[in-house]
Design a protein around this ligand. Structure first.
Ligand code: NAD
Length: 363
């Protein structure tokens, strides 16, 4: 196979240094065609946990960038949630439809095993529970297994609960009350998490507007939750109090920001800010309270953590409920510091890692 983009040594180490990763493992197997990268960002708090994504990356540089960015995000998500986990992620390069085989997945599992628990994998884009079962045949360092295999099961309901908690905390900051009764809320994406979130919002008496890439899914959710379904691009123009991105990343960008009429943004999607340093401050300038994504969507990680470090559904829900208080803390901190919530949340996560790192500095 001819590689069109061969990374130079300096560009690889340049990127690793930029994000301050501890270790990046390149995995290759000639027989199965496996090409994977495991990114271990930071293990001060505990083993690096994060899913494996299989994607048909156009370039190797794109794959490396993805794994570095995603694993760093996991570090912050775990740290701000008070978990004793580090941040990691893995990417397998290739078309999941044509290249994913039992042998490839098990070979990947052996690379995970070689890390002796420093990295714990889980499901991510284009990976299924069945794939995790194959990886599990070669390593015990797998999480997010189905309940039937002793795992913590579907994380989506827990993610939705945390998102709901974060939304209420942001509502309290914006409107003086955390009640969502009568609040007009636009939900973008009614998949796994979006649907569970709509249940909470309907129960509280919110007025709901929603959209989804699949029209039938949107119409079905609208009928079920008494909501109004709108077109994909219309969601940004709705006259609402809260916008809840629950589908894709980067929906807070130059185009959408000037269209939003809401006072709060709180949703479960990862990487909502197209450019954190531009759109984080821009939301503040527009008087919009932003509940940081990696903080309020941490419920799924809290759920998986219980599988690795112990806990039950009750303790998971109690811990997820704390997202309300942490969001309040972060929003107040951002206001006091004159920064934006995403920056304040990142700093809070970094401060915890630094403090616990010192605790661990003696035997
Ligand atoms: P999902 O795939 O079940 O749902 C996403 C929904 O968004 C789908 O119904 C899809 O059709 C829709 N969608 C896609 N493109 C869209 C567009 N342009 N406009 C409107 N709708 C669109 O995924 P999910 O598990 O519900 O996760 C949703 C988001 O939350 C993702 O960004 C995910 O990374 C993030 N997240 C999920 C979890 C979890 O526990 N599942 C945890 C943390 C973060």
């Amino acid at each position: 196979m001819v590689e069109t983009n061969v990374l130079t040594e300096s560009s690889v180490f340049g990127q690793i240094a930029e994000y301050q990763h501890e270790q990046v493992v390149f995995c290759h197997d000639h027989e199965t065609g496996l090409r994977a990268i495991i990114g271990i960002h930071n293990t001060v708090l505990g083993p690096a946990l994060g899913g494996t994504r299989m994607w048909h990356y156009t370039t190797e540089a794109e794959a490396l960038n993805d794994v570095l960015r995603l694993s760093r995000g996991m570090t912050y998500k775990a740290a701000i949630s008070g978990l004793n986990l580090g941040g990691g992620k893995a990417v397998i390069i290739g078309d999941a439809k044509t290249m994913k085989t039992e042998a490839l997945l098990r070979k990947f599992g052996r690379f995970v095993q070689n890390l002796n628990g420093k990295y714990i994998t889980a499901e991510d884009v284009n990976m299924t529970t069945k794939d995790m079962e194959y990886i599990r045949m070669e390593t015990k360092h797998v999480s997010g297994l189905p309940e039937s295999m002793g795992g913590s099961g579907d994380p989506s309901p827990v993610t939705a609960y945390g998102t709901y908690m974060g939304m209420k905390a942001a509502a309290k900051k914006a409107f003086g009350s955390d009640s969502l009764a009568g609040k007009r809320i636009a939900v973008q994406g009614v998949g796994h998490v979006g649907t569970y979130l709509l249940e909470y919002l309907q129960k509280e008496g919110a007025q709901l507007v929603l959209t989804d890439y699949y029209e039938d899914r949107a119409l079905e959710a609208a009928a079920r939750f008494g909501a109004k379904a709108v077109g994909l691009n219309e969601i940004y123009d709705q006259d609402v109090d809260i916008y809840s991105p629950c589908a894709l990343g980067a929906t807070l960008n130059d185009d959408t920001l000037r269209r939003l009429k809401c006072q709060v943004v709180a949703g479960c999607a990862n990487n909502q800010l197209a450019d954190e340093n531009v759109h984080g401050p821009a939301l503040v300038e527009r008087g919009i309270i932003y509940a940081p994504d990696f903080l309020i969507n941490a419920g799924g990680l809290i759920n998986v953590c219980s599988e690795v470090q112990g806990g039950n559904r009750q303790s998971v829900m109690t811990q997820t409920e704390r997202i309300y208080d942490i969001t309040t803390q972060v929003l107040n901190k951002a206001e006091q510091e004159g920064s934006h919530p995403q920056a304040a949340a990142t700093r809070q996560a970094e401060e915890r890692i630094a403090a616990i790192g010192k605790v661990k500095s003696t035997y």
